[in-house]
Design a protein around this ligand. Structure first.
Ligand code: ZN
Length: 430
C-alpha cells in the first residue's frame, strides 16, 4: 500500500500536464482528500479534529507516510482533478461540494506552507486558511466601550479588577457546575428539537478537564455521538452554561456534525465529511454557527427568563440579579474583537507576549489568568480566533439576508438548519 497515493498522483499529474482529458470521479477525489487530511495530521497534531470514515482509508494514509512536499504536490493534483469534473447538471448542494473541496484543498496547501515555515501575516493566514479576514479596530473603539463600563463600575484601581470583583457573585460553585450544565444542555436540546429533526439515538457525553488553552471542546465521534469537554482551570461564570451547552451541543457543534453526517455522509455517501480538518474554512462555519446558535435557541428575554427560573437556583445564585448580570455582559461582549486584535498584533510581532497580555487585560477586560489562557490559545491556534466572532457575524448576516431575522424565528431556525446541513463556505456567506 505504501507509496500508492503518490504513484497514482504522479501518473495523473502527468496526464493533466499533457492536457489529455481524464475525469476523475468525485468519489475518488473525496477519498483522496480524506487521505490527504489524515496524512497532514501526521505532521500537525491539531489538524484532524474528527475522523469517523472508513478504516481502510486511514490505514492507507498512515502507511503512505507522505512528506509535507508530497502532500503539497498531491493537493495541486487533486485540485486539477476537481476543476476537470464537468459542471453540468449539478444541484446546489453538489455545486457547494465542488467549491468546498477546492477551498478546503487550497487551505490545506496554505497550512502546509505555514508548517514548512513560511511566514504569513495574521490576515493573510486567516484568508488562506479560513476564507475570511476579520475587521480591524483601533484602540479607541475599545476605549469607547471601556468608558461606558467605567460608568457602570465606578471606583478606583483598574477597571478589570472592579469588574472581576463584581462578577465573582456570578461564578458557579465547583460542585454545582455539572448539574447546571446538565440543565442547560437539556434546555438547549429541547429547544433545538422543536425546530430541527435530529437523527435518532444522537447523544453525547460530558467530561471535565484541566490544563487546556480552550474553555470547551466538542470531539465528534461519528454515528451521531460527541464527547464534550469542559475546562475547569478558571472560574466558570453562569453565562458559560447556556453558551457552552448551545455552542458545543445544541444547536452548535454536535448538531452541525450530526446533520452533516446524516445528510451528506449517510444520504449522499460524501466521505469527505467524515473528516474535519481544524485549520480550514469549515471551522469558520462551525464556530460561527455554534456562536450564533446561542441566540437562535435563546432569543432576547427568553434567556434571562430561563436563567432566573432554572439555572440561577440550581447554581445557588440570586435569581433577582440575572438581569443586572446580562445587562453588564452585553456591554462587555462589545469588547469581543479585542481578542482578535491582540492575536493579530501578537502574531504579527507588534506586541510581545507581556505587552499582548497587558493589552488583553486592559482592552479585553480579562483577568491576568484569563489573558494567559488566551495567549496559549493564540500560540496553539493562531488566526483561528476570528472564526468565533467574525464567523458569528458572517453567519448572522447570511441568515438575516434570507429572512431569518429575530422577528421571524421559524425562518431563522429553518435557514440555520439548512446552513448546518450544507457544505457552504465563508466566502459563500457574503
Ligand atoms: Zn467551537
Amino acid at each position: 500500500m505504501r507509496g500508492s497515493i503518490l504513484a497514482m498522483t504522479l501518473a495523473v499529474a502527468t496526464t493533466v500536464a499533457t492536457h489529455q482529458v481524464q475525469t476523475v470521479s468525485m468519489a475518488e477525489i473525496a477519498r483522496e482528500y480524506v487521505r490527504l487530511v489524515l496524512a497532514l495530521g501526521h505532521h500537525d497534531q491539531d489538524y484532524v479534529d474528527a475522523y469517523y470514515g472508513p478504516a481502510d482509508v486511514k490505514a492507507e494514509a498512515d502507511a503512505a507516510k507522505l512528506s509535507l512536499d508530497d502532500i503539497a504536490k498531491t493537493v495541486s493534483t487533486v485540485t486539477e482533478w476537481i476543476k476537470g469534473v464537468p459542471a453540468d447538471g449539478r444541484d446546489e448542494l453538489s455545486q457547494l461540494r465542488h467549491q468546498y473541496l477546492l477551498k478546503q484543498l487550497s487551505s490545506m496547501g496554505a497550512r502546509v506552507r505555514v508548517l514548512k515555515g513560511e511566514h504569513l501575516s495574521f490576515d493573510e493566514e486567516s484568508r488562506a486558511l479560513y476564507d475570511a479576514v476579520a475587521p480591524t479596530y483601533p484602540d479607541s473603539h475599545f476605549q469607547d466601550v471601556l468608558d461606558r463600563l467605567e460608568k457602570r463600575f465606578p471606583g478606583s484601581g483598574p477597571l478589570a479588577d472592579r469588574y472581576d470583583a463584581w462578577r465573582r457573585a456570578f461564578a458557579i460553585p465547583r460542585e454545582k457546575v455539572d448539574p447546571v450544565f446538565r440543565a442547560a444542555i437539556a434546555a438547549c436540546r429541547e429547544r433545538t428539537l422543536k425546530h430541527i429533526t435530529l437523527p435518532a439515538h444522537e447523544s453525547f457525553t460530558v467530561e471535565y478537564v484541566t490544563n487546556k488553552s480552550w474553555s470547551g471542546y466538542n470531539w465528534y465521534k461519528g454515528n451521531f455521538t460527541s464527547l464534550i469537554q469542559v475546562n475547569t482551570d478558571l472560574p466558570i461564570y453562569i453565562d458559560r452554561a447556556i453558551d457552552l451547552a448551545c455552542h458545543e451541543g445544541y444547536p452548535g457543534h454536535h448538531v452541525y456534525n450530526a446533520l452533516l453526517e446524516q445528510h451528506l455522509v449517510k444520504e449522499r455517501g460524501w466521505i469527505e465529511f467524515t473528516v474535519y480538518p481544524l485549520f480550514s474554512p469549515q471551522s469558520l462555519i462551525a464556530e460561527g454557527t455554534a456562536n450564533f446558535g446561542i441566540e437562535v435557541a435563546f432569543p432576547g428575554k427568553e434567556r434571562i427568563a430561563f436563567e432566573q427560573s432554572t439555572l440561577f437556583p440550581i447554581a445557588g445564585l440570586d435569581p433577582a440579579r440575572a438581569p443586572e448580570y446580562y445587562e453588564a455582559q452585553a456591554l462587555v461582549d462589545e469588547l469581543s474583537y479585542a481578542g482578535n486584535e491582540a492575536a493579530r498584533r501578537y502574531l504579527d510581532g507588534t506586541l510581545d507576549r507581556a505587552a499582548a497580555s497587558a493589552w488583553l487585560e486592559r482592552y479585553g477586560l480579562m483577568s491576568h489568568d484569563r489573558a494567559a489562557q488566551r495567549l496559549r490559545f493564540f500560540e496553539q491556534y493562531r488566526s483561528y480566533v476570528i472564526n468565533y466572532n467574525h464567523g458569528k457575524d458572517l453567519v448572522r448576516r447570511f441568515i438575516e439576508s434570507r429572512g431569518g431575522t429575530a422577528a421571524h424565528p421559524d425562518t431563522r431556525w429553518r435557514e440555520f438548519e439548512t446552513l448546518l446541513s450544507s457544505p457552504r463556505l465563508p466566502s459563500g456567506l457574503r
